[in-house]
Design a protein around this ligand. Structure first.
Ligand code: SF4
Length: 389
């Protein structure tokens, strides 16, 4: 069994989510009982419309007792799937039905995670909050396989925030290697410094204090609280948002930016106690990474397939705004990456000739050099460039 992220208060050994006693089939959520009708606009409206996230999968509007586990979990009536108002009694029934089906999701996914989770260093019980914070910085834009060697070397060299803060930020950039988006290295170095200055060298166990650290947004703060400290905290990364959009909202992809509705749904779906909620959060993430992938979801292997609204609806195609691609060749990102690699691999300052050779297109090169200087990733040394000392 792979250790789950429960450090601090969460504990993967706790039996409450292994649920071995129950009959598997009984734990799976039932699919919506009415036939799929992807033409119905109320549940696959444009992804940019918040309300669309709450729309029902194949809806059965004639039967208020079957809201089909729509997002209307909370007391907020606006979160109910149907665009039509419901009488109070029906809302109560909806809430009851929703709660029942949400709780049905937990055992199969948690069991699946127990059996299939990858053994990653930041998930082990030996991982420190600092190790979790480092992993979250690195994983923000970079796949696990590329992060692993850099992460191991980073933690071996800088096992505590103070170790990193004691060295120049240029060393952090150098150690960041080819993970991309090297501003993350600068911010992680600044976060390590702030942790030493304001938190006695320990990663804070507090949302606001985490958010105040350089480079830490809502996602990273939530992930650290859940995975380092075992709190009941909704964690909305790309994988989780995609899984929730499919399972609960019946749409292939979530909107570009996190909406309040998505956040409310994610909170509603959390199991009630801290350790199980923390494991649920990482299990959703793992399902999105391994099974419910963006392009080729493996629904046949999915532990929540019987309760998945998008699958039940027949996998209707995305009809929201076009999804952003990840262009690389010829972009400023590629140019910046090449200039950073030059500086990282050089023993001293890099001369102008080498810079021109690395990226011949002069306007783009000048623009990228300016942005690297302004981001603090490079400094001028005489007529050349180097990592900050
Ligand atoms: S059934 Fe398919 S689409 Fe639904 S959550 Fe599972 S893998 Fe994703």
């Amino acid at each position: 069994m792979v250790a789950t992220p429960e450090r601090g208060r969460a504990n993967p050994a706790k039996p409450e989510w292994h649920v071995g006693a129950s009959d598997d089939a009984s734990l799976l959520a039932s699919p919506p009982s009415c036939p799929a009708d992807p033409a119905k606009p109320e549940w696959h409206a444009g992804a940019s419309d918040d309300a669309s996230l709450l729309a029902s999968p194949p809806s059965c509007p004639a039967d208020p007792a079957k809201p089909e586990w729509r997002a209307g979990a909370s007391d907020d009536a606006s979160l109910l799937a149907s665009p039509h108002s419901r009488p109070a009694a029906a809302s109560e029934l909806a809430r009851e039905s929703y709660d029942h089906r949400v709780s049905d999701l937990h055992p199969p996914l948690l069991r699946w995670y127990d059996a299939h989770a990858r053994d990653l260093p930041w998930r082990r019980t030996s991982a420190t909050p600092w190790g979790v914070l480092v992993s979250e910085f690195m994983l923000q834009q970079t796949p696990v396989a590329r992060v692993l060697p850099v992460y191991d070397a980073w933690l071996a060299r800088w096992p505590r925030p103070a170790d990193l803060a004691a060295e120049p930020s240029g060393e952090a950039i150098r150690a960041w290697g080819r993970l991309g988006y090297p501003r993350r290295a600068i911010r992680l170095h600044a976060a390590a410094t702030a942790i030493g200055q304001h938190h006695g060298g320990e990663v804070p166990d507090d949302y606001d204090a985490l958010r105040a650290l350089p480079g830490v947004g809502d996602y990273t703060a939530s992930a650290v609280l859940a995975f380092a400290f075992g709190h009941r905290q909704a964690v909305l990364d790309t994988n989780v948002r995609r899984v929730l959009a499919r399972v609960a909202s019946g749409i292939e992809f979530p909107p570009d930016a996190v909406t309040a509705v998505e956040r409310a749904l994610a909170v509603d779906l959390l199991p009630g106690d801290d350790p199980t909620a923390a494991t649920w959060s990482v299990a959703l993430m793992e399902l999105g990474a391994l099974v419910c992938t963006a392009v080729t979801p493996r629904c046949g292997d999915c532990p929540v397939r019987d309760g998945c609204a998008w699958r039940s609806a027949g996998h209707p195609a995305h009809d929201g705004p076009p999804r952003r691609g990840q262009a690389w060749s010829g972009t400023d990102r590629q140019c910046r990456g090449r200039l950073m690699a030059l500086a990282r691999e050089a023993a001293g300052p890099v001369g102008v000739t080498a810079v021109e050779r690395a990226w011949p297109e002069s306007d783009q090169r000048a623009r990228c050099l300016d942005s690297l200087l302004s981001d603090g990733l490079l400094v001028r040394v005489g007529a050349g460039y180097a990592l900050p000392g």
